[in-house]
Write a protein that binds this ligand. Structure first.
Ligand code: ZN
Length: 136
């Protein structure tokens, strides 16, 4: 996964958490399959990647569009972006999403979920219990 190493992230997370949660934590995002088609970029396995994230797919999709500064469309399991976007850039965008909306900043576990508290949305870690506000 280039400059984003999921395994390292998980190794660090596993040291801090009980076995049952640890087993669940061994997720690994599929390598994004990116291809350029004319003046568009196709993210062929968008659905596979998102389903491993356990997040709302529209949220992930909109985040990617904003981060890349482009528009696009969904096409079954694929996502299509306007412009010729280097795969490295898309991987970086996914890593940004993981860091912002999935990874616990305390213990680095990806076992987190959104919880609503008054008008704020918090990212709550299932492993260590830490919370932090997130903007959705
Ligand atoms: Zn944590």
């Amino acid at each position: 996964m280039g400059d984003f190493d999921y395994e390292t992230l998980l190794d660090r997370a596993r040291k801090n958490i009980p076995d049952n949660i640890s087993t669940r934590s061994r997720w690994r995002l599929p390598e994004p399959q990116i291809l350029i088609e004319g003046s568009n970029t196709i993210f062929r396995n968008f659905n596979d990647v998102v389903s491993m994230m356990d997040r709302d797919e529209n949220h992930v999709y909109q985040y990617i569009l904003n981060d890349l500064g482009t528009s696009g469309s969904r096409d079954g399991p694929r996502a299509r972006f306007k412009g010729r976007i280097p795969p490295k850039r898309i991987k970086k965008t996914i890593a940004n999403y993981v860091n912002s909306y999935i990874k616990c900043t305390q213990c680095k576990s990806p076992d987190t979920a959104f919880v609503r508290e008054d008008r704020t949305t918090l990212l709550k870690c299932q492993a260590c219990g830490a919370t932090r506000p997130v903007k959705l």
